[in-house]
Design a protein around this ligand. Structure first.
Ligand code: ADP
Ligand code: ASP
Ligand code: MG
Length: 601
């Protein structure tokens, strides 16, 4: 009999009635001839309620006690579901994470899974029982630490389910939730969001880390790395839902389940050029006009960054193939007229590392930048994302950079690529869009312009467990008492900004003239699509949609399969709707999360 792992989220087990409905669904699956392991979340909003109680007692509850508390939520739902299954006549047993043998790191609150000891679970399955497992929790017993209850981080039941499916070699892992599957965006924010029949793991990793909370990014990472067939479906209807697919093969060895190598490839793209525009007037439509003009000339741009408001002007820089530089320069000059400055530079190369869970592991980007800095390679432009980190470097340092990356991440020859053709031919340029309201924008002005500065910044944040996202290094240089300097702007989760401030303090002092400042409240709107590298003009279309919606773009950062724009917080939802509509993602069907009011708008 084939084994299925099914996971039911909080809303799906939100009441006794719903738990009964889940039990009937599981009973049907079993009647169809499957063995079933069921993973459940805590009922409804009970994790939030437990969290609120903890915060009412202490603003910073001890992590160990918090895990002890939060893990109780899932214990309620497993017991009730096992009872409901037995009431349906299905033999079932509930098990906590520690009982199942979900062994994790000892880091409370965000522990990674090291191993799943499946013997006890397998025995129960062989006896013909359905095993109901508490999601989101594990034990540090056996990982060398003291046996303690750990939790995997909010939303982590998805990760428990996929890890179990990987460890058991299940036929599939099905995530049952309160929407029909993965939609083109959050239906609570955009009512005409449409169901995706399928989405690649890389696209889903980007979307999940950019705000699409329907799946925990770490669950997608495991599915990608261990080739677990993963499906997201509605708990209420029989629809097929969304199938995730991945092109990367199955990995060997399961030890350190979530600790596998985060980087599995590196590539070098030579003959690149950068065009940097400084003091561009800051008003809606500027970026749209610029990139539309380039695209109508048939010019394809790669990475784009925009930041640094000094007075009311922006710096925009982008990379493109060096052969296209003269034409692109002419287009920019014609558009800028007397306003702004233009600097063009050829003879550059782009180094990228690719993998999964890069933002989730703050050390990865920092390690790349550190190792490049150590061999004297300066970073001209940086683009980070959940599946890729790219940086622009001097062309004659390309080979050295690729070798350095290969050594740093222990890559083999077949994982290194020279001048690969753009990927994603035939894939949609934008498959989905996401909004993240939880980010803050920070800028460090007067960062010394020498190899290793960006690396140092990433390193101190990484050492504090912080991942910076949407990092933009200005092309504009400034002379200060400490020598030539640049600015670096980045976003990170709002909850992390005080820790970031504290972590950066010694470095800012060391740099002398550097100052950290926080921008106004922001929202980040992102578009993700595997076809982006193979399609010209995607950025122009996104910027046009925002301009036509009257939304000003504060910051732009792109990576190969995503474009992110930082906008004022109040513009978040209108911006999301504008971009969603512009790429034709809306449709007739109205989807809404079960148990919620119909979305407004
Ligand atoms: P569960 O409790 O089942 O784990 P979650 O609340 O964690 O459910 O995730 C489902 C919710 O994710 C949906 O109700 C929806 O509001 C939100 N969501 C955000 N982005 C998307 C998206 N692209 N597709 C579907 N749902 C999304
Ligand atoms: N109950 C946990 C949470 O609310 C885990 C989960 O639902 O996935 O975050
Ligand atoms: Mg969830």
């Amino acid at each position: 009999m084939a084994l299925l792992v099914q996971k039911y989220g909080g809303t799906s087990v939100g009441s006794v009635e719903r738990i009964r409905a889940v039990a009937r669904r599981v009973a049907d699956t079993r009647a169809d001839g499957h063995d079933v392991v069921v993973v459940v979340s805590a009922m409804g909003h009970s994790t939030d309620e437990l969290m609120a109680q903890a915060l009412a007692i202490s603003p910073e509850p001890p992590q160990r006690e918090l895990d002890m508390l939060l893990a109780t939520g899932e214990q309620v739902s497993i017991a009730l579901l096992a009872m409901a299954l037995q009431a349906e006549g299905v033999p079932a047993v509930s098990m906590t994470g520690p009982q199942v043998g979900i062994v994790t790191e000892s880091t409370h609150g965000r522990a990674r899974i090291l191993e799943v000891r499946t013997e006890r679970l397998q025995r129960r399955l062989q006896e013909g029982q359905v095993v109901v497992v508490a999601g989101f929790q594990g034990t540090s017993a056996g990982s060398g630490g003291t046996p303690e209850i750990t939790t995997l981080g909010r939303g982590g039941s998805d990760t428990s389910a996929v890890a179990l499916a990987a460890a058991l070699g299940a036929e599939a892992c099905e995530i049952y939730t309160d929407v029909p599957g993965v939609l083109t965006t959050d239906p609570r924010k955009v009512p005409d969001a449409q169901l995706m029949e399928q989405v690649s793991c890389d696209e889903m990793l980007e979307l999940a880390s950019l705000g699409a909370a329907v799946l925990h990014p770490r669950a997608v990472e495991i599915a990608r790395n261990y080739a677990v067939p993963l499906v997201v479906r509605s708990s209420w209807t029989a629809g097929a839902g969304t199938r995730l697919f991945s092109r990367s093969g199955r990995r060997v060895g399961r030890e350190g389940l979530e600790l596998g190598k985060p980087v599995d490839g590196a590539e070098l793209l030579e003959h690149q050029a950068v065009l940097a525009l400084a003091h561009v007037p800051d008003h809606p439509g500027m970026a749209a006009r610029l990139f539309e003009a380039l695209s109508s000339e048939g010019l394809s741009v790669d990475l784009i960054v925009q930041a640094t408001h000094e007075g009311n002007s922006n710096d925009i820089a982008f990379t493109l193939d060096a052969a296209d530089l003269p034409r692109a320069e002419a287009v920019c000059r014609a558009l800028l007229g007397d306003a702004g400055e233009l600097r063009a530079e050829a003879g550059l190369a782009k180094l990228s590392i690719a993998g999964a869970g890069i933002l989730g592991r703050p050390g990865v980007a920092a390690r790349l930048f550190d190792s490049l800095g150590r061999v004297g390679i300066s970073l001209r432009m940086i683009a980070t994302s959940e599946v890729r980190v790219s940086c622009l470097i001097q062309g004659d340092q390309g080979d050295k950079a690729l070798r350095t990356a290969a050594q740093t991440f222990e890559l083999e020859e077949h994982q290194l690529h020279h001048n690969p053709a753009p990927g994603g031919v035939g894939e949609p340029e934008v498959r989905g869009v996401a909004l993240d309201n939880g980010q803050a924008q920070l800028t460090v002005t007067n960062v010394p312009d020498r190899p290793g500065s960006a690396a140092q910044l990433c390193r101190v944040l990484a050492d504090a467990g912080l991942s910076l996202d949407t990092i933009v290094q200005s092309e504009r240089r400034r002379q200060t008492a400490a020598g030539p300097c640049r600015d670096i702007a980045f976003t990170l989760p709002r909850a992390d900004r005080e820790r970031a401030r504290a972590a950066l303090q010694p470095l800012l002092q060391h740099w002398g003239e550097a100052v950290l400042s926080e921008g106004p409240a922001i929202a980040r709107v992102s578009a993700v699509g595997a076809g982006m590298p193979a399609t010209a003009g995607t950025a122009a279309r996104m910027f046009r949609a925002l301009a036509d919606g009257g939304v000003n773009i504060e910051m732009i950062a792109t990576s190969e399969i995503r474009i992110s724009c930082v906008v004022a917080e109040a513009d978040g939802i209108p911006a999301l709707r504008a971009v969603h509509g512009a790429f034709g993602l809306g449709g007739q069907q109205r989807h809404r999360a079960e148990g919620t009011e119909a979305p407004q708008g």
